[in-house]
Design a binder for this molecule. Structure first.
Ligand code: FES
Ligand code: FES
Length: 162
């Protein structure tokens, strides 16, 4: 007799992952973060706290920032997911990536992919007007190195240029 628990049976989930359709077989408990890192090989999204508190795992789902450690992969069948690996186009860095480099907005870099994806969304949401507004909108992304002033400067520069 099989001991397989039907609730754990894998199902297919298809994502539009960084612009390309990709299908994965995943068990119900697999998070979007684990799918990205361990099954898609996209390790740019980082696992910091794994409980929704640090923002290191932030990706864009249908253009909205999402904590991938709290998202179940199966719930995102058919969704468009953008990770840090998908931001550059044809070898040209996204303006936010360039701004982070220009403004020295990282030290160890562990939080940086999540910071950049959040920052892209904050500008798109029209919430990047002024340092206080940027700090408030980015408050879910924690940087243990304390690179915050330079992160704010990078985001402000992209907002001004956009
Ligand atoms: S790893 Fe997802 S919020 Fe920290
Ligand atoms: S640059 Fe190190 S945690 Fe942010």
């Amino acid at each position: 007799m099989s001991t397989l628990d039907p609730a754990r049976t894998a199902r297919d989930v298809t994502l539009r992952l960084n612009g390309r359709a990709a299908t994965f077989s995943v068990e119900p408990e697999v998070t979007l973060l684990d799918l990205l890192r361990e099954r898609a090989g996209l390790t740019g999204s980082k696992k910091g706290c794994d409980r929704g508190q640090c923002g290191a795992c932030t990706v864009l789902v249908n253009g909205r920032r999402t904590l991938s450690c709290l998202a179940l992969a199966l719930a995102h069948d058919g969704d468009a997911v953008t990770t840090i690996e998908g931001l550059a186009e044809n070898g040209v860095l996204h303006a936010m990536q360039s701004a982070f480099i220009e403004h020295d907005a990282f030290q160890c870099g562990y939080c940086t992919p999540g910071q950049i994806l959040s920052a892209v969304a904050v500008v798109a949401e029209g919430r990047a007007h002024g340092d206080e507004a940027i700090r408030e909108a980015m408050s879910g992304n924690v940087c243990r190195c304390g690179a915050y002033p330079n992160i704010v400067a990078a985001i402000a520069a992209v907002q001004v240029a956009s």
